[in-house]
Design a protein around this ligand. Structure first.
Ligand code: GLC
Length: 651
C-alpha cells in the first residue's frame, strides 16, 4: 500500500514563507538591533514550525480565517523573543547545549507557598541560603498571581497572569527573585493555570457584560440542554462543595462550564483566540525567568460531547503546540504536567514534544498504600510495569504536595495480584483517616462524595506517618516508629528515578494544622490542614539538636547531598528487582560504571533479603550501605531493621 501523501510539510513551509516577510517588516526597527541573533531565532522557527503548524491546523485548520491565526501567532512569537531579556537568552543557549540537564542527580526540587513561608516575595530572597543549605536546585512557588480576595482555590483561580497578588509582591520582584535564584543555581518553577481563569479575570468580566468576543473565551450555554448532555459523562472533582460542572451566571444569563469551583471558569480552547491569548501569557511568564511551568489540570482543557472531557487528544495537541512555541521563543522552558488521572493517561503527557516532566501520582499513592499494608506487592507490580518514561523525560516524584491523596492505581493491576480494588480503596481511606484498628495515621477526609462513597485524604507527611498520633500519646517508641516511616519514604523519594520534590516543611516534620477550621473561607477544604502558616517558624529551631525537627532536617540534607554524589541516580530510569520478601521493595539504579541497589523495608519488624536474591541482583562481593556506612559480607543475607532503607553500592 502506498503511504498516504502528507501535504503538511509543504504547506507549512509555504505559509511561513508568506508570513515571515510581513513579520520582518512589522518588526523592522527592532530586528535591526538584533541582526546577529535573528538567524538563530529563524533556525529554531524553521525547526519547530512544521510541527507547530500541524498542531494548529489540527485544532483550528477548519476555520475560514486560519491563516490569520497563523499570522497572529508568528507575530507574537517574534514579539516575545524580541522582549526576552539577554540573560535569559544566554540561559536558552546554555540549556540548548545541555538539553537534558534536568535528568541530573544534582536536580532536587522544593515547593512552597510564598505567603505561608515568608509572607511575601521580597522576604523570600532572605531564605535563598536556606534552600541552598537544603540542597534545592528547583523551586516551585505555588500560585502567586492576582486572585479574587475571598474564593480563589489557594491561588488556582487567576484573575491576571501578569500581576502578582499584591499581598505577595510585584511582577518586578518575581523577576528579580528568579534572577537571584538563577545565580544560585536554582530554577524557578511556577504554575500555568491554563484550564480556567477566575470569574474576576478581565475576560470573564467582559463576558459577563455580554461582550460576544469574550463570551467565546468560555464555554457558555443559554439553557441546560447541552450542560445536561455533557454532565452525564463528567466526573465531579469537588463534589462536597458543589454538584455538577456548570454554574449559572446571572449577569450573562447563561450557564458557564466550571470543572472545579463555581468561580473557576473553564477556557474554551476551541477558540483560537483563547489559544493565542494564553500562549501570550505563557511567553510572558517565560520572559520573567520561569524555567519550568507546571501545567495545571492538563487533563481538562478540551471538551467533547459524549466523552468524560478528560485527556482528549486535542489536549495533547494544545500542549504540543505550546511546547513548539516555547522551543522557538524560550528554549530553556520546560513543562511539567499535572495530570492526577488514571496512570495510563498520566504517562501520555510525557514526551519531549509535550511535557518533559510529569508528577508521579501513582508512586506517591502506592508508597502510602505500602506503608499501610506493610506489603509491597501492588507497589512492586505497578512500578515494574509503569515506571519507564520516554527518553528525554522524567518523573517528578513527591510524597506529599499541597493537594489531597487519591488512590489512582489501576484496578486491573490490583486484581492481577489478588487485591479487590474497591475494598482496598475503602480500607486505605479508613486507614488514613485513623478509623482502621491499628492505624497510626491522622489524615482528614477530603471531598467525600455521598453518591458513590469516594473520598480522598489530606494531611502532612508526618501526621499521616504516625508522628502526630505518637506525640499525642507521648509514646517515645511510637515516635521513633513514625520517624522511621518518614525517613523510609524520603529515602525512596530521593533515590528512585526522577526529580525528588520536597513539600517544604516536610524537611523538618511539619504536622497537621487544624486552624483552617476556624477560617470560614477555608473550613470546607481540608487541604488547608497541610498548608500551614504558623509552623514555618519551626525553621528557626533547626539548630537545636535535641529536637525532632533538627533530626528530620539533617536526614533530609544528608539524603539530598548523598544523591548528588551518585551518578547512578541520574537519568530517571530504574529497575524493580525481586527481593523474595513481601515487605521489601527494591530497585537498581545504574549509570556508567556505577550501580546502586536500593532496598526498602515496609514492615515494622526486621526483614531479610537472602543472599541468593542479592546475588541475582548483581551483588558479587562485600558491599557497603551508603547511608549508614555499614558493610555487608558477600554471601550473607541482608537484614533490614523495621522501615529501614539501604543504598548498597554494588558497582
Ligand atoms: C490542580 C491544583 C489544585 C486545584 C486544581 C484547580 O489540581 O493542584 O490545587 O484545586 O488544579 O485549579
Amino acid at each position: 500500500m502506498m503511504a498516504e501523501y502528507d501535504w503538511r510539510p509543504e504547506q507549512a513551509a509555504k505559509s511561513l514563507n508568506r508570513i515571515l516577510p510581513q513579520v520582518e517588516k512589522t518588526f523592522a526597527v527592532e530586528l535591526a538591533q538584533a541582526v546577529h541573533e535573528w538567524p538563530e531565532f529563524k533556525n529554531r522557527l524553521h525547526r519547530e514550525w512544521e510541527r507547530l503548524f500541524a498542531c494548529l491546523h489540527q485544532l483550528y485548520g477548519w476555520q475560514y480565517d486560519f491563516f490569520y491565526t497563523l499570522e497572529q501567532i508568528l507575530n507574537m512569537l517574534v514579539q516575545y523573543w524580541l522582549e526576552r531579556p539577554v540573560e535569559l537568552k544566554l540561559l536558552d543557549e546554555k540549556r540548548e547545549a545541555d538539553p537534558l540537564w534536568f535528568l541530573s542527580e544534582n536536580v532536587v526540587g522544593g515547593v512552597l507557598y510564598v505567603d505561608l513561608f515568608s509572607d511575601n516575595l521580597a522576604k523570600l530572597d532572605d531564605h535563598i541560603s536556606y534552600f541552598k543549605k537544603l540542597g534545592l536546585t528547583y523551586l516551585h512557588l505555588m500560585p502567586l498571581f492576582a486572585v479574587p480576595r475571598e474564593d480563589n482555590d489557594g491561588g488556582y483561580a487567576v484573575s491576571d497572569y501578569r500581576a502578582i497578588n499584591p499581598d505577595i509582591g510585584t511582577m518586578e520582584e518575581l523577576s528579580k527573585l528568579a534572577a537571584a535564584l538563577r545565580n544560585e543555581g536554582i530554577s524557578l518553577v511556577l504554575d500555568f493555570v491554563f484550564n480556567h481563569t477566575s470569574d474576576e479575570h478581565i475576560w470573564a468580566r467582559k463576558a459577563k457584560s455580554k461582550d460576544l468576543d469574550f463570551m467565546a473565551y468560555y464555554h457558555t450555554y443559554p439553557s441546560r440542554d447541552l450542560p445536561d448532555q455533557f454532565q452525564k459523562h463528567l466526573r465531579e472533582i469537588f463534589p462536597a462543595v458543589r454538584k455538577g460542572s456548570f454554574t449559572w451566571c446571572e449577569e450573562m444569563g447563561r450557564w458557564v462550564w466550571t470543572t472545579f469551583n463555581s468561580f473557576q471558569w473553564d477556557l474554551n480552547y476551541a477558540n483560537p483566540e483563547v489559544f493565542r491569548a494564553m500562549a501570550e501569557e505563557m511567553l510572558f511568564l517565560a520572559n520573567q525567568g520561569v524555567e519550568v511551568l507546571r501545567l495545571d489540570a492538563v487533563a481538562f482543557i478540551w471538551k467533547k460531547l459524549g466523552t468524560n472531557c478528560e485527556n482528549q487528544p486535542e489536549a495533547h495537541t494544545i500542549i504540543r503546540a505550546f511546547n513548539a512555541m516555547a522551543k522557538i521563543v524560550a528554549p530553556c522552558l520546560l513543562f511539567k504536567s499535572e495530570a492526577i488521572v488514571h496512570p495510563d493517561d498520566v504517562i501520555r503527557y510525557l514526551h519531549p514534544d509535550e511535557c518533559q516532566l510529569s508528577y508521579n501520582p501513582l508512586l506517591m499513592a502506592l508508597l502510602w498504600e505500602a506503608l499501610a499494608t506493610r506489603e509491597v506487592k501492588l507497589l512492586e507490580y505497578s512500578m515494574r510495569n509503569r515506571y519507564p518514561t520516554p527518553s528525554g523525560c522524567t518523573w517528578v516524584n513527591f510524597i506529599r504536595c499541597h493537594d489531597d491523596i487519591g488512590w489512582t492505581f489501576d484496578d486491573q493491576d490490583a486484581r492481577n495480584i489478588g487485591i479487590d480494588p474497591v475494598g482496598h480503596r475503602a480500607f486505605l481511606n479508613k486507614f488514613y483517616t485513623g478509623q482502621h484498628p491499628g492505624s497510626f495515621a491522622k489524615g482528614v477526609p477530603f471531598q467525600f462524595n455521598a453518591d458513590n462513597g469516594d473520598v480522598r485524604i489530606s494531611g502532612t507527611l508526618s501526621s499521616l506517618a504516625g508522628l502526630e498520633d505518637a506525640i499525642e500519646k507521648q509514646d517515645s517508641e511510637l515516635i521513633e516508629q513514625a520517624v522511621r516511616r518518614v525517613n523510609l519514604l524520603r529515602s525512596i523519594l530521593v533515590s528512585i528515578g526522577g526529580i525528588p520534590l520536597l513539600y517544604v516543611g516536610d524537611e523538618w516534620g511539619m504536622l497537621n494544622d487544624y486552624t483552617y477550621l476556624t477560617d470560614p473561607e477555608k473550613a470546607s477544604d481540608s487541604r488547608w490542614v497541610h498548608r500551614s502558616r504558623k509552623r514555618w517558624n519551626a525553621r528557626e529551631d533547626l539548630t537545636d539538636q535535641d529536637t525532632l525537627e533538627w533530626r528530620f532536617f539533617q536526614e533530609m540534607v544528608k539524603l539530598f547531598s548523598l544523591r548528588k554524589t551518585l551518578p547512578a541516580l541520574q537519568n530517571g530510569g530504574m529497575e524493580v528487582i525481586h527481593t523474595g520478601n513481601p515487605h521489601l521493595f527494591g530497585y537498581l539504579r545504574a549509570f556508567g560504571d556505577q550501580k546502586i541497589l536500593i532496598v526498602n523495608n515496609f514492615a515494622q519488624d526486621p526483614q531479610n533479603m537472602d543472599a541468593d536474591h542479592l546475588k541475582a541482583c548483581g551483588v558479587k562481593e562485600d558491599v557497603v550501605d551508603l547511608i549508614t556506612r555499614e558493610g555487608l559480607s558477600f554471601g550473607k543475607d541482608l537484614v533490614l531493621n523495621g522501615h529501614q532503607s539501604v543504598w548498597l553500592d554494588i558497582s
